[in-house]
Design a protein around this ligand. Structure first.
Ligand SMILES: [Zn+2]
Length: 657
């Protein structure tokens, strides 16, 4: 009688093979890392002697679940920021925190935490995309799990690479080191079309082709991403990915929530694996992926959790549950997504999505022994019926939870036995995770207290200040003509003049000492300047303001930079107490007076009780002495222009509202 390592018996075996074979009172025989037999419990018990026999009475034995899209080290960032738009969440929170805290130790700790959680939840394989991916690979290997580990690359500096070249080098080294590993598939992961370039995709594809590994990327996650891609590249992100060769190698594309009918045909034709992430797609309000259309078109379709910072767990049972319910709710048709089809998304179909259907995804002879034992003994699972062939799927999809997972085996090795982790130290993982989280917590708490830190965190500007001397006066339209006339003659030297419309949005806080943010759209008139309209973000900190005589203000510190994001992004990121919009027509004249440069603005507001016109004189300064000298010269300029002190006003436009 042949001797084997392991026999699981007396189970409801859910094979997920092509015929959907279910074996009641069934058994699975395992030797080394593979399945050697699946069949009747009594027959297999007589056919083999086994080193370990596990009684699975009242349990389902299923293929290990496949999480087709994750960022496992991000478990350390779970719960950090929620209920935000994807761009605010990503550029406002994830990237700044990652830029500062993501180290090899962070990646290792987060991966171990995720592996522990995933094993407990019956996940045996995951597809990852992150930084320091060799640490993900090492920790996953120690945990005993199976994974596709994608070293993330993008055009922006990332925590482990200052430039794309460095990222590519890192990915090449990583793949070269790991590509012969039996459970870890190393690869490169261009983050997404909106964070990458044609060249990044081309080089990543070349690397995947060289080593025969799949390419991992994000595609068409949000409607906005698709709109922007259409504008900038005249193509959908999926069409673009195809154009740059991403589908010429096996590709695993996360999300694809906004795949168009044309995209779906392309995904099917090119054999691209898609990994919608139901919870993440709902939480970030990205939408619901066209699951049915994918399946009908024959697209390799899986399911993912996405990173735990947007989910916030890595529970594949809840993803299967949602994938079964969402198409029903959307279509008004309860037959739209049968439980068996939903369950396949995390098993047999999921294996196709990650291009490993030859190895995993079903319990069949010759396949890897990635097996999960799910208890059907819980109150929420009791009772169960077996008269209908597909009844077991109803249990697994609609009642089973991650906490019902009793035993987990990967490549023939036991990772969880009677709900005890055998390869990982849960206590140490918790302790290390809490220590890292406490540092991040302090950083974020400080950032919230201080507007400049919050501005700098999103990398929009360097920490360099501008100091200005400025004075402002209420004038009349008669004054305007006089002033403009005088600026054209001695004692002034006329330098240049321009006119523009400025749409200013101010973010204001109840506590004025917190500072103030201005988002400006500056539209220049009569110009061929291609940079118009020009967007700037300016932070004004009132704390360093010193008042000179006669409402001349000196040393008002401002931090200003080109605004890379939309007004909405900044509003949602900064969360001001009040938003004030001011539109003004500005005629700006640059003059030299006493060999110093001054900008003289004539402003007319388009709204408000007092629309002006106003005169504003400004000059940049760099020292207290220089500022005092300029303040003195401004008094003289006011006199030359015929503006007496009684007309000076100290308030800025935003303060008048
Ligand atoms: Zn993702």
């Amino acid at each position: 009688m042949p001797h084997i390592d392991l026999l699981l018996c007396h189970a409801t075996v859910v094979t997920m093979d092509k015929n959907g074979t279910i074996v009641h009172d069934g058994a699975v025989a395992v030797h080394n890392d593979v399945i050697v037999a699946v069949g009747d419990s009594t027959q297999l018990s007589h056919a083999y002697t086994a080193t370990t026999v596990i009684d699975c009475e009242n349990c389902a034995v299923i293929p290990g679940l496949i999480n087709a899209h994750a960022h496992v080290p991000m478990s350390l960032l779970r719960g950090i920021a929620a209920d935000l738009q994807l761009d605010v969440w990503l550029f406002g929170y994830m990237f700044p925190v990652e830029g500062r805290f993501v180290t090899p130790h962070f990646v290792r700790t987060g991966t171990l935490l995720s592996c522990a959680e995933m094993i407990r939840g019956g996940t045996t394989t995951f597809v990852d995309m992150y930084f320091y991916e060799e640490e993900v690979a090492k920790a996953t290997d120690e945990a005993g799990m199976r994974a596709v580990c994608g070293q993330s690359v993008m055009r922006l500096p990332s925590p482990d690479a200052a430039s794309f070249d460095e990222g590519l080098e890192r990915a090449t080294r990583f793949i070269d080191t790991w590509h012969t590993h039996p459970r870890i598939t190393p690869t490169i992961a261009p983050h997404a079309p909106y964070t990458c370039t044609d060249e990044i995709y081309a080089q990543a594809v070349a690397l995947c082709a060289k080593y025969g590994v799949p390419l991992v990327t994000h595609l068409s996650e949000t409607a906005r991403e698709v709109d922007e891609s259409q504008t900038q590249r005249q193509d959908t992100p999926i069409g673009y990915a195809n154009r740059v060769g991403a589908f010429s190698v096996p590709c695993i594309a996360a999300h694809c929530v906004h795949a168009t009918p044309e995209d779906i045909k392309l995904l099917a034709a090119m054999g691209v694996g898609v990994a919608p992430c139901p919870t993440s797609n709902l939480k970030l309000a990205s939408g619901v992926a066209p699951y049915l259309q994918f399946l009908q078109a024959g697209v390799r379709t899986g399911l993912g959790t996405d990173g735990p910072a947007s989910n916030d767990d890595q529970d594949m049972f809840s993803e299967i549950h949602l994938a079964a319910l969402l198409p029903k709710g959307l279509s008004g048709n309860p037959t739209a997504m049968p439980a068996r089809t939903a369950f396949a998304l995390a098993t047999s179909s999921g294996a196709r999505a990650i291009h490993q259907e030859d190895r995993i995804g079903s319990l069949e002879v010759g396949k890897q022994a990635d097996i999960v034992v799910v208890s059907l003994d819980g109150l929420h699972s009791t009772p169960h019926y077996s008269y209908a062939p597909d009844a077991i799927y109803n249990h697994l999809v609609y009642t089973s939870h991650a906490s019902d997972v009793r035993d987990v085996i990967v490549a023939g090795k036991m990772l969880l036995r009677n709900q005890q982790l055998l390869t990982l130290d849960e206590h140490a993982i918790r302790r290390d995770a809490r220590a890292i989280a406490s540092e991040i917590n302090t950083f974020l708490a400080n950032r919230e207290e201080n507007l400049i830190d919050k501005v700098l965190a999103i990398g929009t500007m360097a920490a360099s200040e501008i100091f200005e001397v400025q004075v402002k006066a209420q004038i009349s339209s008669v004054d305007v003509r006089t002033i403009l006339g005088r600026l054209n003659q001695a004692p002034f030297t006329f330098l240049r003049q321009n006119s523009r419309t400025q749409y200013d949005t101010y973010f204001v806080w109840n506590d004025p000492s917190y500072g103030r943010i201005r988002f400006r759209e500056d539209v220049r008139h009569n110009t061929t300047d291609k940079t118009s309209p020009y967007y700037t973000l300016t932070l004004t900190e009132p704390a360093v303001e010193i008042e000179h005589t006669a409402a001349i203000q000196i040393s008002r510190a401002r931090y200003t930079a080109q605004a890379n994001h939309s007004e909405r992004f900044y509003r949602e990121y900064f969360q001001p107490n009040r938003v004030i919009t001011i539109t003004k027509e500005r005629l700006r004249t640059h003059v030299s007076y006493q060999e110093m440069d001054f900008a003289v603005n004539i402003d007319t507001l388009t709204t408000g009780a007092n629309a002006g016109p106003f005169l504003e004189i400004k000059s940049r300064t760099w020292s207290r002495r220089d500022a005092a000298r300029k303040a003195q010269l401004m008094s003289e300029i006011l006199a030359v222009l015929g503006i007496d002190q009684s007309r000076l006003i100290k308030q800025e436009y935003v303060e008048q509202v």
